[in-house]
Design a protein around this ligand. Structure first.
Ligand SMILES: Nc1ncnc2c1ncn2[C@@H]1O[C@H](COP(=O)(O)OP(=O)(O)OP(=O)(O)O)[C@@H](O)[C@H]1O
Ligand SMILES: [Mg+2]
Length: 247
């Protein structure tokens, strides 16, 4: 589904991504872990198309998408959801989802006139709201809801565009343990054919949702395997300086 080969990126003298390769099968949920500054976000930005790698390629379903920008990649089903606030604060959750769904159905040009009464859009919104556990909150304004609910809404907005792969950069950062748990439950309930790549700092999230784990350290893949193998790895324990043991 998503295949990354030999990605290399430097900022001046700092070599931030070193020959990173990874492969996700359809429906796989892969978590990328690594300490602060390991290069996780830099890798993410190359996957979504915000940064051009110095070397290497990103393939989606066998197609080389390395030259494409963010919008073109999204159009091919590679969607992102992450903590940068991309929501309309003064609109309801329903309207935020409607806008995303309207773009998908091609109704965006007439969105402000009539798409809220458009049956296709309303159906997508209802389906997506259910998937991201937001049905009871649809009529609240974004400015009224917690950060945890916003994170769920961001995933909903990504889903409304009918992606094949969703990439998330530290989706539970700063939302507290209770909402993180609700967020994990939501991810685990998403359709199983959806491929997820989640960048995380926190190992608990990794073990909650991951089928597979990639660990980055100093820009390099130092582990690629199952959560069980990751938990038993002395090398990873050392990288995380003991924080691993509680996971
Ligand atoms: N635009 C840039 N210019 C120069 N250096 C950068 C740039 N972006 C990132 N870096 C450096 O690259 C390294 C990796 O940063 P990155 O943000 O990818 O790490 P990360 O694994 O996401 O860390 P965190 O867990 O803190 O989010 C850091 O040393 C950072 O200072
Ligand atoms: Mg980061």
């Amino acid at each position: 589904m998503l295949e990354v080969k030999g990605l290399d990126k430097s900022f001046g003298a700092i070599h931030v991504t070193r020959d990173v390769s990874l492969k996700l099968e359809k429906g796989e949920r892969r978590v990328i872990l690594g300490p602060n500054g390991a290069g996780k976000t830099t890798l993410f930005n190359q996957l979504v198309g915000e940064l051009t790698p110095d070397k290497g390629s990103v393939m989606l379903d066998g197609e080389d998408i390395t030259p494409l920008g963010v919008a073109a990649r999204a159009g091919k089903g590679l969607s992102r959801s992450y903590q940068k606030n991309t929501l309309f604060d003064e609109l309801s959750l329903r309207d935020n989802l409607s806008l995303a769904a309207a773009i998908r159905t091609g109704a965006s040009r007439s969105f402000f006139r009539d798409s809220l009464s458009d049956k296709g859009v309303a159906e997508i919104v209802a389906e997506v709201a259910h998937q991201v556990h937001l049905t009871p909150h649809l009529d609240l304004m974004v400015s009224e809801v917690s950060y945890g609910i916003r994170r769920q809404l961001e995933v909903g907005i990504a889903l409304a565009t009918r992606p094949r792969v969703i990439l998330m950069d530290e989706p539970t950062s700063g939302i507290g343990p209770e909402m993180s748990h609700a967020f994990h439950a939501m991810l685990n309930d998403l359709p199983r054919d959806l491929t997820l790549l989640i960048i995380e700092h926190d190992m608990d999230l990794a073990f909650d949702v991951a089928d597979s784990i990639t660990v980055l350290n100093y820009g390099e893949v130092v582990f690629d395997g199952t959560p069980e193998a990751a938990q038993g790895s002395p090398m990873l324990k050392e990288i995380y300086l003991g924080s691993w043991e509680d996971a």
